[in-house]
Design a binder for this molecule. Sequence first.
Ligand code: THU
Length: 144
Amino acid sequence: MEIPEKTRQELIRQAFAARERAYAPYSHYKVGAALLCQDGTIVTGCNVECAAFGVGQCAERCALTKAVSEGERTFSAIALAAALDSAVDLAEEPYPTPCGACRQGLREFVDPEAFQVIMARSLTDCRIMSLEELLPASFGPSAL
Ligand code: THU
């Protein structure tokens, strides 16, 4: 089901706001995510890096972990905003796509055909793909 335009814009707005809170002193690639729960709640996340590099976390899984730890289990969409901190105009940057680990993390909780990934360059310029398109023939909970 299509996300209403107003909700999509709010998700994108919150993803950009979350990106401002990214802690990315090593890669300088700042990412913000806004996850839409089925009850309408929006949970945000940002990437949080660490001097011990492997300990750092992506924005999408930050939002997912926050949401699940607060009792949310059903999600319909996530918006992403990402670019190097040095980027002058995000609208000129590529659409941000989620890494493989984040695709798999989201897969755990969603219907891949229905879940929308909104990759935003600005409030009005985004690319939308389903998780099924981004992670086809995925492995999920029903296999176990
Ligand atoms: N990053 C994310 O937050 N999400 C992604 O889907 C891709 C990568 C972060 C991890 C790291 O802090 C920085 O971007 C560079 O890889």
